[in-house]
Design a protein. Structure first.
Length: 169
């Protein structure tokens, strides 16, 4: 009985490899003049009283070329620090495989803290990756190291977005 199971599982494995090799791969390549809508989910942790907070955002991204993009990031944190963030990000994408891209970038923005303090925000660097599931649906992650400042304070903030759902159209 065990020999039959092994023999049939080997046949199934060989058939899956052949069919998988014949299917057309999805492309991670973004295209010039393409929009991508990003939904990042994660945490923000900082210094100077900026404790850990849940972080969720909405980020429309426009690709000028196949490798460069500019986005408008709308983001909110809830938890130890409650804020609303509006900012722009520039990214450069590197093709690693037909389905995987890595990116690096930088950003600037404005942070409104719900306790009344407002801050500027410089995100240097921003980096992450994306993986193509289909032509229009991608997943990835995003990490940024932010310098948050106003006339009285400077703090450092790390945004860890382990899940970024992307829809390209």
């Amino acid at each position: 009985m065990l020999k039959k199971i092994i023999r049939h599982s080997q046949k199934f494995f060989v058939a899956a490899c052949i069919l998988g090799g014949l299917s057309a791969p999805a492309l991670a390549d973004t295209q010039a003049r393409q929009f991508v809508l990003n939904l990042p989910l994660g945490v923000a942790v900082g210094t100077e009283g900026l404790g850990a907070s849940f972080d969720i955002g909405l980020e429309p991204e426009f690709f000028f070329t196949e490798h460069t993009s500019l986005s408008l990031r709308l983001e909110g944190t809830v938890g130890d620090t409650d804020t609303f963030h509006v900012g722009a990000r520039f990214r450069y994408y590197f093709d690693i495989t037909p389905k995987v891209n890595l990116f690096v970038g930088a950003g600037m923005g404005y942070v409104a803290n719900f306790d009344g303090a407002d801050f500027g925000d410089a995100a240097i660097p921003v980096f992450g990756w994306q993986y193509d599931i289909t032509e229009h649906f991608k997943i990835g992650s995003d990490v940024s190291f932010d310098i948050v400042f106003n006339e009285n304070n400077v703090a450092f903030l790390t945004r860890l977005m382990p899940v970024v759902v992307k829809w390209a159209f």
